[in-house]
Design a protein around this ligand. Structure first.
Ligand SMILES: N[C@@H](Cc1c[nH]cn1)C(=O)NCC(=O)O
Length: 500
């Protein structure tokens, strides 16, 4: 019996990483497609489509607009119906949206292009929420930030491939083939969602069997489903984090959208080098995200990391906006040195933000309404991105690139203030965002004396090992040593058996 349980716990760990593999692929295709216009930049503006800066930026705005509402609904649906059916439906919407976008390019119809981007964005952003929710549920209490880091790495790979191969690919095979390639990668992501559904269902079936044996039927999954949608009150800390995310991501996505063109026009950089400079931001972030994630799990300092990242981002924009043709403020450096340094700084900034923000938000809220919370954060992020890209297009057409960078700098300063207030309020309030994951678990356990007692009464000397929020395995403590893995997951278990 002892051996069987040890083997079961090992296979759960393996299962977690198999799930992570497929879940990472969810957004591989959509990140490629999201960045396709940015990677093609001048080819869309000067090629057969002949888009103005306003029209070009509109491709990003229409991606983000519907999500101000839809992504919030998406989060709610995921909490209510579960991530399995939602991931499949959302992945399919993303794929169809990309195929319509491709048709728009093929027929040179800007309207169809917009309709496609709209539909693509509607699926893709909620798919992001679904991905974050699944990662949080499977990894909360153990390697959360690291798991987030891996999912970002694979997503970033999609963007990097877009920036590095699309300009030459589309010159060779045409613009519509470039968009069609995106459709192909979205199909890979769709297959990954089907594989996830299979693995997750299998895990749940195995668990049901284990739980029925141990709990003798006191573990109805429908209990948990019901509670998922019933707690949706979020603390101030969550809102501040979401506002910080909204403003700072708006800077990145707007800059990345115009980056290739900006470097070509204002810094006289060749097309392929310009694409490489922009993708450097993603490259840095791709390699750093899992490492930073591991460090954040171990040492905490998430809020401080976000603060430093926002400052670095604002500084890079300031340097860039003061390094245009005529400017000689940083004359001791060559133009290329400045551009490479700024791209690397922006990459470091993006790494800090994406690795620390999502786990911080997950820590701030009740796991039972996690998808709704991530949905709200993503909705705000889309609001920020849609407004910023829209105004950037207008500013570029009327006043030029330098003013548009100054506009982003102002948003950077606003973000610094929000992150500062967030850190201060958290420090004197719940004091969670800068704590290592292990200490968070201890705090959780201290807050649950009643539940702990109930556990002892119910289970004798049992501990709980996380698998998914709805999938919790009970393992005899003596097999795994004296430390429980997670207070948060413990709480999920109590929710499951009806103890609050
Ligand atoms: N909502 C996404 C935005 C996105 C970027 N590329 C494709 N979608 C998001 O929040 N991403 C998080 C990140 O750090 O990129």
């Amino acid at each position: 019996m002892a051996q069987t349980t040890a083997v079961a716990s090992l296979s759960r760990r393996r299962q977690r990483f198999v799930v992570l593999f497929f879940v990472c692929l969810f957004t591989f295709g959509s990140y490629f497609c999201f960045d396709t216009p940015g990677a093609l930049g001048s080819l869309l503006e000067r090629g057969p489509m002949k888009l103005s800066a306003t029209e070009f930026n509109l491709l990003y705005s229409v991606y983000a607009w519907p999500n101000v509402v839809l992504v919030f609904l998406g989060g709610f649906f995921i909490d209510t119906f579960g991530s399995r059916p939602c991931s499949v439906v959302l992945s399919l919407i993303t794929l169809i949206g990309q195929l319509i976008t491709t048709t728009g390019v093929f027929c040179k119809s800007f309207k169809l292009l917009l309709v496609g981007r709209f539909l693509f964005g509607s699926g893709s952003e909620s798919l992001n929420v679904c991905q974050s929710t699944i990662v949080s549920h499977w990894f909360q209490g153990s390697e959360l930030a690291m798991a987030f880091g891996f999912s970002l790495t694979v997503s970033r790979l999609g963007s990097i491939i877009a920036f590095n191969i699309l300009p030459s690919y589309s010159e060779r095979f045409g613009l519509s083939s470039a968009f069609l390639l995106g459709g192909l990668l979205c199909s890979v992501s769709f297959v990954a969602t089907l594989c996830f559904v299979y693995v997750d269902r299998k895990a749940e079936e195995e668990l049901n069997f284990t739980m029925t044996q141990i709990d003798q039927g006191n573990t109805s999954l429908s209990n948990v489903e019901h509670k998922f949608s019933s707690k949706a009150i979020f603390p101030l800390s969550f809102w501040l984090g979401s506002i910080a995310g909204m403003s700072v991501y708006a800077i990145f996505f707007s800059f990345i959208a115009i980056g290739t063109d900006l470097f070509q026009r204002e810094f006289d950089v060749a097309g392929s080098t310009a694409g490489f400079l922009v993708s450097l931001i993603y490259n840095v972030s791709m390699f750093l995200a899992p490492v930073l994630g591991k460090l954040l799990d171990l040492y905490g300092y998430r809020g401080i990391t976000i603060g430093l990242a926002v400052m670095l981002t604002s500084l890079s924009l300031h340097i860039l906006s003061n390094s245009f043709h005529s400017m000689n403020v940083f004359h001791s450096f060559s133009r290329m040195q400045i551009l490479y340094s700024c791209s690397i700084f922006l990459g470091l900034g993006l790494s800090g933000i994406s690795s620390a923000l999502w786990p911080s938000l997950a820590i701030c809220v009740n796991p039972q309404s996690l998808a709704t919370a991530i949905g709200i954060a993503q909705a705000l992020q889309n609001l920020g991105t849609s407004l910023t890209t829209f105004f950037m297009g207008i500013i570029i057409d009327r006043k030029g690139y330098r003013q548009s960078l100054r506009f982003l700098e102002m948003i950077g300063m606003f973000s610094c203030c929000v992150v500062f207030v967030w850190n201060i309020l958290d420090r004197f309030g719940e004091d969670r965002i800068n704590k290592p994951t292990e200490q968070l678990e201890e705090i959780e356990e201290l807050r649950q004396p009643l539940a702990l007692e109930s556990e002892i009464q119910l289970q004798g000397k049992l501990m709980i090992v996380p698998v998914t929020p709805r999938v919790v395995v009970l393992v005899r403590q003596r097999l795994l040593g004296p430390r429980g893995e997670s207070g948060v997951v413990r709480r999920n278990y109590y929710a499951k058996i009806g103890i609050q």
